[in-house]
Design a protein. Structure first.
Length: 222
């Protein structure tokens, strides 16, 4: 019973976090105020720093709140395995690019269009998992992916809207930039996620250690 409640609680928190994040990012990128707008790269670096701190705290908790054990596991899994750590530079760099692209997309698309289009990452993740991990998808899974593609295509279907031709042209140009940014982010998200999963399966490394290493490399590259 407790595990079932935790599962639904985690799902609710994930939905709340995803929706509020998109709305907050969109609002912050379109808010008209005095002074220069914040840099997207600064927000990405701050997010990666928070990921590092969160993962370190989780590793610290998993080792009975012992600084000695924390230092030992970090030294053993990160510093003493430089080649394994360098492998994480690929997904960390891709995630850094992806997070910057999301700010570009939300600066040029409304929140609803962005949220629906960004769900194509489910399709890209499925395709990369088939090619890179050798997974097999059933008929209903492929059908669900096709329905997802159709839904995204309908969202992007052009509609006539009143306004000056110049305003419509600028709006169309901005929307094109936003859609391209989302599509590139979907491809990068799918590849980086599957690649990261492949690394964790091959090295048997802790997910929190791997995530913190990736976030650290992403923070440095950002």
């Amino acid at each position: 019973m407790a595990s079932s409640r935790l599962k639904y609680l985690s799902l609710g928190v994930l939905v709340f976090q995803t929706t509020t994040l998109v709305l907050t990012m969109r609002y912050s990128r379109t808010l008209q105020g005095e002074g220069p707008r914040y840099l997207a790269s600064s927000a990405v670096v701050t997010a990666e720093l928070l990921k590092i701190l969160t993962c370190v705290m989780l590793v610290y908790r998993d080792h009975s709140y012992s600084f000695r054990a924390l230092n030992s596991i970090v030294t053993q899994e990160i510093l003493n395995k430089p080649m394994e750590t360098l492998k994480l530079a690929i997904p960390s760099g891709i995630y850094t690019l992806q997070n910057n692209l999301l700010y570009v997309a939300l600066s040029n698309l409304d929140a609803a269009t962005y949220q629906v289009t960004y769900q194509l990452k489910i399709l890209t993740t499925a395709l990369f998992s088939v090619f890179m991990l050798g997974r097999r998808l059933g008929v209903y899974q492929w059908l669900s992916l096709l329905i997802l593609m159709a839904g995204v295509a309908l969202v992007q279907w052009p509609t006539d809207s009143p306004g000056a031709p110049e305003e419509q042209q600028l709006s169309a140009g901005s929307q094109f930039v936003g859609v391209v940014a989302v599509l590139v982010a979907c491809c990068s998200s799918g590849f980086a996620g599957v690649y990261f999963e492949k690394i964790l399966k091959e090295t048997k490394q802790s997910v929190w250690i791997g995530t913190s290493s990736s976030a650290c490399l992403g923070w440095c590259s950002g």
